[in-house]
Design a protein around this ligand. Sequence first.
Ligand code: TYD
Length: 212
Amino acid sequence: MLVGKLITFEGIDGAGKSTQIQLLEAEFNKLGILYKTFREPGGTDLSEKIREILLDKDNLELYSNAESLLFAAARAQLTVEQIKPAIAKGECVICDRFTDSTIAYQGHGRGLNIKNLEIINNIATEGLTPDITFILDIDPGKASERMRAESPDRMEAAGIDFFQKIRQGYHQIMEQFPYRCIVINAEQSQENISKEINQIIMKRFKEELTCS
Ligand code: TYD
């Protein structure tokens, strides 16, 4: 049985994380794996309030350092209040975004110092790192076509160049952590992506999944 793993999903806006998370949940339900799913920023009352500030398109004066610290505050609360207790109970945790989002968006996207962001991330998570991270990789032009948001939030309004930098940032993260991070071509059909993700999880955690 698969217990106590932290599985994170990353990628630019419109990469299709939510659909893939739903498909993984369906697979876990089928296999009887206990799990909890959270989205970042969010997942606790306080973190959801911070989310409203972060995504409010009227908050255009939000400085990048303040933005980073707000993401970190939301993550700190989520980690202690929800993620760590769930893992301690043996549940798997699926997280829609985690620390890599801060490195990709605030580091590579906004150009903030990555070493500093790593320290902030480390404080927020008390050193907790994902067991496996799926980076859904897609061309920003295609992702924005997919979203076609009628009313883009503050982050989505940033433009294609910003998302190009974030995409490259994710590639660098993958090079830095080749065992933890798996890049998935998110331009394939949802069904193929899901199959690939399920197979990778089966392979990576084979022993735990078969010794139940
Ligand atoms: P959301 O609507 O949840 O987007 P998505 O469905 O793509 O995850 O909004 C979250 C936004 O916040 C998204 O644009 C990514 C951004 N973000 C950061 O910039 N840094 C972070 O650390 C996190 C967690 C998210």
